[in-house]
Write a protein that binds this ligand. Structure first.
Ligand code: DC
Length: 202
């Protein structure tokens, strides 16, 4: 039997960390759907058209290069407004969500568009300042030459684009449990997510 956990929220809110921990805890498979958009964005940076890039996506595109750079993140957010790009990625995500043994998908539109009937929906968020600081620390740890001001501007630009687009905008599903991680440790955020999911599994 499938069991789908949909986890949405803005950039750098802690979705990835929470999703991985939840998947491990319940023994579910995990898909970071942002990686799909990042892979399309990276292809567009190399000169492809967005729709063609999405339609030609293959699994190795997700690992072929470092997709976790600010440049690729912006490109992902830009291609994500293109309806043909989103349409090309729907089936793969829905097949993943329906797999036996359970699945956790994190992104922007999982609880609203990809899995509107998900058994559990979470919306993981945090203030823009906190999210920028976390992303800044991550990028610094990877040895990247970034400033906090630039990372905050990057996060805010993506927030605005992701929230204001016409197709599948970032918004909490009405039935999502909201977890604000601004003042939570990783352990506390993970515990809150697991508790919310256990409630619907009971
Ligand atoms: O989760 P992330 O930061 O890796 O996502 C990168 C971009 O991809 C994000 O700014 C918007 C887009 N995205 C989307 O539109 N829908 C998703 N389900 C996941 C990501």
């Amino acid at each position: 039997m499938g069991f789908c956990v949909a986890i949405d929220g803005p950039a750098a809110a802690g979705k990835g960390t929470v999703s991985k921990a939840v998947a491990t805890h319940f023994g579910f498979a995990h898909l970071d759907t942002g990686l799909l958009y990042r892979a399309v964005g990276a292809k567009v940076l190399s000169g492809m058209e967005p729709a063609a890039a999405a339609q030609a996506l293959v699994p190795t595109d997700l690992t072929a290069r470092d997709l976790r750079t600010p440049e690729v993140a912006q490109a992902a957010s830009r291609v994500a407004v293109v309806p043909e790009v989103r349409a090309a990625l729907v089936q793969f995500q829905q097949d993943f969500a329906a797999r036996d043994g359970g699945a956790v998908l994190d992104g922007r539109d999982i609880g609203t568009v990809i899995c509107p009937t998900a058994e559990a929906k979470l919306y993981v968020t945090a203030s823009a300042d906190v999210r920028a600081k976390r992303r800044f620390d991550e990028l610094l740890a990877k040895g990247m030459d970034v400033t906090l001001v630039d990372v905050l501007a990057d996060v805010q630009a993506r927030d605005t684009r992701d929230r204001e687009r016409v197709e599948a905008p970032l918004v909490a599903a009405v039935d999502a449990v909201v977890i604000d991680t601004s003042d939570l440790s990783i352990d506390a955020a993970v515990a809150a997510a697991i508790a919310a999911i256990e409630e619907v599994r009971a």
